[in-house]
Design a protein around this ligand. Sequence first.
Ligand code: ZN
Ligand code: ZN
Length: 267
Amino acid sequence: MHRRFLEVRHRDRKSLRDGYSPAVRRFEIASIVVYCGVMAWAVWRLAPLAPRFPWLMASGFMLGFVLADFVSGVVHWLADTWGSPDVPVIGQALIRPFREHHVDQKEITRHDFIETNGNNCFISIAPAACGALVALDDAAGIFWATAIFSVTLWILFTNQFHKWSHMDAPPRWVVLLQRLNLVLPPDHHTVHHTAPYAKYYCITVGWLNEPLYRLRFFQTLEWLVTALTGLMPREDDIGARAAREVLEEAPPAAVPPEPRVAAEPEI
Ligand SMILES: [Zn+2]
Ligand SMILES: [Zn+2]
């Protein structure tokens, strides 16, 4: 199905950038410190077991990589689709960066380590702590503790992989990883940056984007949330009119290849 014209109305780029306040910065630094402490604790518990259970732990680690791709998609979908940057605390710290990213997708390439990774450290702290509390006295415990450690580790790297996918000239070894499909490839991620930003949310490696799209996973969740609450998905991000059009539209059967362009940013 071809849409004739979709009138996307983003928030103002400057006001989104100004939302990155010193308080948000302190929140990010605190998140990184706590996250590093919890992960160091997990490594201290798991590392001595690796020589005895190499395959068990390797499979848990691999599962964690795929789960991280899924979690990145769910968190990204939540932040793109619901709420607004005006929501106290979460709005400024978690929702605003995603809205800013649709208005200016190159801004992420100018973020330093703290701004790139603070958010993901924050959302990983609680799961990482749960993983570090799993008892390691049987195979299931070791497997799941490793898988949870791996999810929270790859979630940390997700914004870095995402940032690389927007860089004009990433390091050569990064380009190789992107071509091997081991980190998020730029052309693949371009599909998400095509208005109305309603598909391909997974940004760790992107392996789950096509299956979740074909299953209409996020679209089904949106219909459910709208049916239960009356909320309009993406209303704050692209404007009420465009959001209503997208909600009423059935998705095509397959994702066509898209050119590497983004929506026109507002000044
Ligand atoms: Zn997005
Ligand atoms: Zn992006």
